[in-house]
Design a protein around this ligand. Structure first.
Ligand code: 7PJ
Length: 283
């Protein structure tokens, strides 16, 4: 059912991707992502949130300092660094061993983040925005989550063939910079330059996407593809999020990027027990 991959992280450790679903907890380090009662600063809140997600069972923490939501203001490289680097340093200083990914398309931010202890690059521009991104990945031997995001694509063409064409470019850029195919994790980029129909057609094509021969990450958590369907607000999208993740998992996806770690992990564990049987110890 699930293809197995062992991904080598930037620190030399290995991450197993296969039948056991891997949950990535989202850590947004942006001023709008917390309400400050006055007692805590952004750094303390972010570190506490990461620790909570780890306690809830997160296998990876994805740290982002720039909102890529439609309409969000762009953030300077320095501002992004000032947000994410202290968080990474604080998590490492606190003894956190859960792999950290850096959600940035800026090569300088990725480079500094890895030097501070992050071990995975998460690039929403699939290595195609900045040529230096693939070089940073090669320099640090870092795996790359390459997400599909192409606002300029031909809307008349089927979304699946567009995604595959884009990833062909991603793979070529990676290989020419010295990033081997074994370092790539693909992500179809739910909500990025896609219609509601595109998003669901993409989700329904998860099996085809895994047949591409790379581990697959799914990022639907609380997104408008759920909200527009259910007519609800972000806080009410957990059930819809779980439905997308369980379906994608059953169709071979490996990593699930979520806000609500415990609930998604529980659902994915039950799905895994259904496909592969309960864990050996309690069988
Ligand atoms: C994604 C992401 C995603 C990956 C964001 C949000 C928007 N990185 N960063 N995949 N989405 N790899 O979380 O709503 O879907 S930011």
């Amino acid at each position: 059912m699930h293809k197995h991959y062992d991904i080598n992280l930037a620190d030399g450790r290995s991450l197993a991707l296969g039948r056991n679903p891997v949950v990535m907890g989202i850590l947004n380090v942006t001023p709008d992502s917390f309400s400050d009662g006055g007692a805590f600063n952004l750094l303390d809140v972010a570190v506490a949130h990461a620790q909570q997600m780890i306690a809830d069972g997160a296998d990876i923490i994805d740290i982002g300092g720039e909102s890529t939501r439609p309409g969000a203001a762009p953030v300077s490289t320095q501002e992004e660094l000032d947000r994410v680097i202290p968080v990474i340093e604080a998590l490492i200083a606190a003894g956190v061993t859960t792999p950290l990914s850096i959600d940035s398309y800026k090569p300088l931010v990725a480079d500094q983040a890895i030097q501070s202890g992050a071990t995975i690059i998460n690039d929403v521009h699939g290595l195609l925005r900045a040529p230096q991104m693939a070089q940073v990945a090669a320099l640090h031997n870092a795996p790359v989550i390459a997400m599909h995001w192409d606002n300029d694509r031909d809307q008349a063409k089927p979304i699946l063939s567009e995604i595959e064409r884009y990833f062909t470019r991603t793979i070529a850029v990676a290989e020419s910079a010295g990033v081997s195919r074994e370092k790539l994790i693909l992500d179809p980029g739910f909500g990025f330059g896609k219609s509601l129909g595109d998003n669901y057609a993409t989700l329904n094509a998860t099996r085809m996407l895994t047949d591409f021969g790379f581990p697959l990450l799914i990022g639907t958590s609380r997104k408008s593809m759920i909200g527009r369907l259910l007519n609800n607000t972000t806080e009410d999208r957990l059930a819809g999020t779980i439905a997308t993740n369980v379906l994608a998992y059953a169709n071979g996806a490996h990593i699930f990027r979520v806000h609500d770690v415990r609930a998604n992990r529980d659902a994915l564990r039950v799905a895994a027990a259904t496909l592969y049987g309960p864990p050996e110890e309690i069988r």
